[in-house]
Design a binder for this molecule. Sequence first.
Ligand code: NDP
Length: 296
Amino acid sequence: MPAKIIDGKAFAATVRAQVAEHVTKLKDAHGITPGLAVVLVGEDPASQVYVRSKGKQTVEVGMKSVEHKLDAETSEADLLKVIDDLNNDPEIHGILVQLPLPKHLDEDLVINSIAPEKDVDGFHISNVGLLGTGQKSMVPCTPLGCLMMLRDHHGSLSGLDAVVIGRSNIVGKPMAQLLLGDSCTVTIAHSRTKDLADVVRRADIVVAAVGRPEMVPGDWIKPGATVIDVGINRLDAPEKGDGKTKLVGDVHYESCAAVAGAITPVPGGVGPMTIACLLANTVTACCRANGLPEPE
Ligand code: NDP
């Protein structure tokens, strides 16, 4: 049987519709409009695309969107001042600093200067600690989106063997924590892992977050396993015409789809869920700030 294609685009549309419904309720019943501020430093083209997309979708679900575009040369003190102002702005419930930051800025310092309750990316050290100890936190958007798709497909994840390839702070590690929280048996693989193919072959769930185009071939996948491809890699695509490019994931889609039980495509899988979860986190932060019940 061919793998079920997990349609992240459709799933994300459902999440956004739920967010929009909650935003309407907050406005109608409480006169509150959730607000999301995105801070972009410099002119990284990919970051500019993400920020534009985040702003557009924030407005589409009825929330307030604020963008701070700062010069690439912005000093750390000036950036921290912008964050401090947003921390103290009662109309802003979520703050996101687009990464990567220019080299002269200390990323950890900047992220940890965001008020933890407004840290909708879930990267603040307090949120990392809360997640690691199983307490209520802000959960990083990409792994949260992956978890939602996995829960939707499997129902319970309890007892399943999960392998996460990649140990970054923004994807691999929080993904592993979330899977552990759902009672998977979790292995985190990385560039020093021995016999990666054998490790991946044990998995009922494979989450690939490596940043290497089509690195995972189909013969690493246990028949029937669920494959979540976080990777976004842009490759030249001369077959589409001169200068054209295409996006591929970290897994080799055709060969993995031939063996897997379910798989997320690239594009149209994890990517759209990430922004939808950012919007959902902002509503959650807004509800918490106002002592109101959080969305399910
Ligand atoms: P990082 O570069 O921070 O981390 C990559 C991880 O992959 C590292 O832990 C590294 O190991 C590991 N790795 C590298 N090479 C190998 C290898 N040959 N075998 C096994 N492991 C390896 O990347 P991110 O976590 O930030 O992102 C991963 C991918 O996900 C990228 O393609 C990125 O574009 C994409 N992404 C997609 C998002 C979305 O919304 N869909 C959001 C965020 C990221 P080590 O630690 O040993 O170096």
